[in-house]
Write a protein that binds this ligand. Structure first.
Ligand code: MG
Length: 387
């Protein structure tokens, strides 16, 4: 029996995690669930899984939830609740599927409490990769990636001597605008950007896929997870999303992990690692796929990728700033306050004006995150970018 806490249980990854767990009711016990404001979904999950603790964003949601679930379940609120869930005394594995910088502190707290981490929260590694990896090493806990690309690399590396890794090749679908021109990109709407060709994901990450920032953040994640310099991490556009990523070994051999575009596989591998369990989902038929194609990403049309490489290479607080500025810009785009191509412009300006701090503490990182959000809002207010 594996004991779990699931942070962000009502989001896309959280729901799929619970779907997998329901296939194996005797092998998992869920002790804690956390969500934002989706009280109805959380109540449903709590009735199904009977956790000891559930957490919601605010007091109003907590009051609503209280009336919908058994009195024996403890209800907590906000960041304090998130930390309590992340450090639940009996949990062995904490699935961090919270979206955004809010995932950083619970991830660090869970590692401190000697929990293995199933990590779907990109920001923990992007903004605080140095701290997270150092702490994981110190506490000897596993960081199991729940992202199709990093899971692919992780799977390819099983049984390999880490010193034999020469290069990581992350694949990118290219998003819905892969074949667009600059003129077309100027006028795309949030609705168009939210229509991803292969993957069904949350709104923020879908926009990030359309700008290629998602891949940029994944490059930074890969740098920390697998310890390779940025020069040895490459991105290839692969529109079919069948090859989830590749590794090149020192002798030139290239290993890839393939599968249908379905997050349940990387989620299940993180839940069952180091075992592999049978799964009911559709199998890959390469004959049906027919052909797999690969191309260099267009860095002029999608500047977010280069911004991420630059911030990653600079290190310090730059990746935290990149991430926070991106979150603000994406939110503004979704609210139609800025245009699609303003997203990289805003991030670029915020990065340019940031005073980088090397070897940041967690407080430095969180301060840089707050600064970047204010700066992004300031830039978006100063010169109305839209139009
Ligand atoms: Mg991914």
């Amino acid at each position: 029996m594996k004991r779990l806490a699931i942070l962000g249980s009502t989001g896309s990854i959280g729901r799929q995690t619970i779907e997998i767990i329901s296939h194996y009711p005797d092998r998992f016990q869920v002790l804690a669930l956390t969500a934002g404001r989706n009280v109805h979904r959380l109540a449903e999950q709590a009735r199904q899984l009977k956790p000891e603790l559930v957490v919601v964003e605010n007091a109003d949601s907590a009051k609503e939830l209280r009336g919908m679930i058994s009195n024996s379940i403890e209800v907590m609120v906000g960041d304090e609740g998130l930390i309590a869930a992340a450090t639940h005394p009996q949990a062995e594995l904490v699935v961090v599927a919270v979206v955004g910088a809010r995932g950083i502190l619970p991830t660090l707290a869970a590692i401190d409490a000697d929990k293995d981490i199933g990590l779907a929260n990109k920001e923990s590694l992007v903004a605080a990769g140095e701290l997270v990896m150092a702490k994981a090493k110190e506490r000897q806990v596993r960081i199991l990636p729940i992202d199709s690309e990093h899971s692919a690399v992780f799977q390819c590396l099983q049984g390999q001597d880490p010193d034999h890794l020469a290069k990581i090749i992350l694949t990118a679908s290219g998003g819905p605008f892969r074949t667009y021109t600059n003129e077309q990109l100027e006028v795309v709407t949030p609705k168009e950007a939210l229509r991803h060709p292969n993957w069904d994901m949350g709104a923020k990450i879908t926009i990030d896929s359309a700008t290629l920032m998602n891949k940029g953040l994944e490059v930074i994640e890969a740098h920390w997870l697998f310890g390779l310099p940025y020069e040895q991490i490459q991105v290839l556009v692969h529109p079919q999303s069948i090859v989830h990523s590749l590794v090149e070994l020192v002798d030139g051999s290239v290993l890839a992990q393939l599968g249908p575009p379905d997050m349940r596989l990387p989620i299940q591998f993180a839940l069952t690692f180091p075992e592999r369990w049978p799964a009911p989902w559709p199998r890959l038929s390469l004959a049906d796929v027919g052909s797999l194609t690969f191309a260099e990403p267009n860095k002029e049309l999608f500047p977010c990728l280069s911004l991420a490489y630059a911030a990653g290479k600079e290190g310090g607080t730059m990746p935290a700033v990149l991430n926070a500025a991106n979150e603000e810009a994406v939110e503004a785009f979704l609210q139609e306050r800025i245009a699609f191509l303003d997203i990289p412009r805003v991030i670029g300006e915020v990065l340019e004006t940031h005073q980088n701090k090397e070897r940041p503490t967690i407080d430095d990182t969180l301060a840089a995150d707050r600064w970047a959000r204010r700066q992004a809002q300031h830039i978006m207010k100063q010169h109305p970018l839209k139009g």
